[in-house]
Design a binder for this molecule. Sequence first.
Ligand SMILES: [Zn+2]
Length: 413
Amino acid sequence: MKKISKISPICMLFLVSISMSAWAQGTPFPWPDGNKMALSLSFDDARASNPLTGIPLLNKHGILATFFVLPEGVKSNLEGWKMAAKQGHEMANHSFTHPCSGNFTWSREKALENYTEDRMEKELLAANQAVYDLLDVKPAVYAYPCGQKYFGSGRHTQSLVPLIAEHFLAGRGWLDEAAADPWYVDMAQLPGIKMDDTNFETLLPMIQQSSENGHWLILAGHETGTEGPQTTRLEFLEKLAVYVNDPANKIWVAPMGTIAQYVKATREAMLDTLNQPRLIRANPDGNLILTAEKGKGIGPDIQYMPEWKAFGWFTEKDQVVWEMEVPETGSYEVWMEWSVSDEEAGKEYLLSVSTQNLQGKIEKTGSWETFRQKKLGILQMDKGYQKLSFKGANPAVKGPLLDIRKISLEPVE
Ligand SMILES: [Zn+2]
């Protein structure tokens, strides 16, 4: 803990004013070199036109893209693809056989409906190996063929996302509608925005909006050429390249794997300095750890204080709510880590899960700087989605309640 003297709620307010709350809108993601947004260009299937027209155009402008290649497509122009990989373009995984729903007649012999988890995993790893054997690079990212993120059908449908999360740094969809919010997006489900069959003027507002929001725009296409279906127009790429290379536009353009790695590292480095309300799942030991950074502050003045990794209360109308998945129905010991000055200690708290409540007096910790842990009692909780709320028991009482850092729920043996 930093040695900042915490004298009063006014002082805490000051800390808040310089803090980062990514949840609240407006915290720009710290893209490198002062850039306002990130942009990735990606092309699927290892289409024959890419090494002939698209890649030379990108090279002319010094732009590196991500190519989600199919091994068969690579083999049809091995030298061209080897060259692209050597030039620094990212070679990524798009499966081996490109399985999509059998609702596409052309995919009926490799229908996702007839896949099982082990078959899918084998195919993904075989595709990784094939790309490595052909191009001497190990794919780090994946694009879902047809953007479809499932296999099986009906009651036997399973999500493909966990497999992608396990084996890849990131996964990209297709025909999505919004740029990725780097603070929030699930890296295994990055949105892919269509850049085929369109022109620069049509996509420009989306680029500008991504810049305003500090987002990561991931464009996805197939062929590169002047006409035809599923084709990213060379004229579009030319205008886009000029625009993104204009330093005034402050756009970081890089392959998906490069940006995904940066986003991941930035998030990890800032994890406990950001308040990002999230569903809390139990640790392997069954404990639920409700840290302040994962809780949602509700009320006129409740504030997350990154310096203390804690919520500060300013009025009795404030509360913090955590969402969680309780692993098993049963009794849980409730522990709290908090601080409070001796002058403000002694007010009543109310902790609730469903119809169960714990109520008691907030004990002294010695000072706002001194955090203490204590068992508050035992709660009965049902398995599944639950909300835990913590607030002052008496709305009429004035003044700060406490600073709360963590509530832990531990199953009773
Ligand atoms: Zn494809």
